[in-house]
Design a protein around this ligand. Sequence first.
Ligand code: B12
Ligand code: SF4
Length: 471
Amino acid sequence: MNILLLNPIYFDPIRYPPINLTYLASSLRSAGECVSIVDTNIDHACIDKIKQFNPDIVGLPMMSFSEPMVIDFIRKIKRITPAKILIGGPHACIMQEEVLKIYREIDFEIFGEGEKTVQELCNALKRKTGLESVKGLIYREGGEVRKNQPREFNHNLDELPFPAWDLLEVKKYNFLPIADSRGCPYRCNFCCVKDIQGRLWRPRSWESIIAEIQWDMKKFGFKKFYIDGDNLLVDRNRILKLCDEIRKRNLQIKWTATQGVRADLVTDEILSAMLSAGCRAIGFGIESGDEKVLRSMQKGESLEKIAYAARLAKKKGFYVTGCFMVGNINDTTDSVKRSIEFMKSLKLNAIYVNSVVPYPKTELWKWAEEQGINLNKDAMYFPPTLQEDKIEPAFETKEFSKKERIEAYRLFRKAAFWSTVRSNIFRRSLLRIIIERLKYYSIRLTCRLKNKNIRELILEKCDLWRNIPLD
Ligand code: B12
Ligand code: SF4
């Protein structure tokens, strides 16, 4: 079968290689299927590619925040190919059959990990054996939406073939991601990873990670990597061994762990090992600098531990990043001010601030539905990385009104910007911060001149979006 996997545009300044699709592709290829990937973030001329490949199936990932945009992509795709439409990814895992019930243009949906399910789906379609035995699949039959049994999580991630980066114009990315594990045992109130990858942490062995790094270096010439799992440090021995082997084999790579390092798992020994193995940047999901708000998020971390880890990492010379939220449970103007002071005290090199968005089926979502006033579910669909352009809080509370939320968020972003300028003053990264800022202002100016918003401007780069009309 011809399966085309298409990565829709994400409004993120980072060109993030679609690792989800390359995992699916390598798995399909090993089962003898013909696969192609189009990353519309990189490949802006994709109409001809889709037509030439003549796919039987077009597969797209769907996140909660990208749902309406992905649906528009699907509607446009359906105008140029009769292929069946398959979706998967976080929103499919979370909402399951609700997605197919709403959108008639989707034929198949995979919930849970996709590698085996997509192989079995193709097999069943080729052999016309019926779809009811394909675990993890939702499909249509006789006008009904049918949901099969869920598929068990894969407990041996080492058995998966490495991501099929050769199907992408890989040189256009600055780094390659490495997924070191799946699943998370923690219970942060805003997080839905439990519904996507489950509560059990499933690590890959250090041997398998090293083999993938060496493969990426040899085959694609990459020396920069990004660890994309949520929990790199859960197993102390594994991370130490991994770093040790990178050093012993003299791989000379540079890598970052800005996605998911829990501060409470950081030790001096681990940081030293990571540094000497080429890790240059480390990131913490700090979320709030107010103890009460942090407790409400059920992260299970304390400000003391976060401060210890972030300061130690800075002292050792890492480029340290931190993510913060404004507006979670118990937040008020005062707690945000405390959070800003905490943020400043850490002297982080990069800071990401978001106005809180409850994603479906999370604890925060349930709380916001019960307690939030003026719940605005559409706030979820606003491209988060562009929030600076227009902020629309997802809800308000008696203690923290919409107006106050907008003000507090702006205050936080401003303070974060100046804090990072100060922290990078003697580093090359200061230039990057300034260039990014100038880029942002030039995009805003272009928007004004063209009378368009940033979202429209980015989407229009893609010929599928620009040239294929919706009804
Ligand atoms: C790496 C990562 C990023 C990267 C890259 C994101 C990207 N564009 O791909 C960066 C750092 C840029 C990022 C940013 C953001 N992210 Co993010 N990110 C992740 C993370 C940690 C790992 C995703 C990953 O690569 N996993 C590895 C692959 C192999 O696994 P997978 O994605 O689950 O894919 C498997 C299945 O889902 C399925 N599948 C996936 N796609 C498809 C497609 C088809 C057709 C099929 C059949 C199956 C299928 O098969 C795959 C293989 O088994 C997840 C958390 C997580 N553990 O999932 C959050 C996560 C996806 N991010 C999330 C969010 C909210 C964001 C931000 C909005 C955060 C913010 N406020 O700025 C931004 C949005 C950026 C943007 N505009 O795209 C949420 C999404 C929630 C939701 N309900 O949609 C998650 C789940 C985190 C969370 N804790 O809630 N993120
Ligand atoms: S935010 Fe990170 S640590 Fe918390 S539950 Fe989600 S994946 Fe786990």
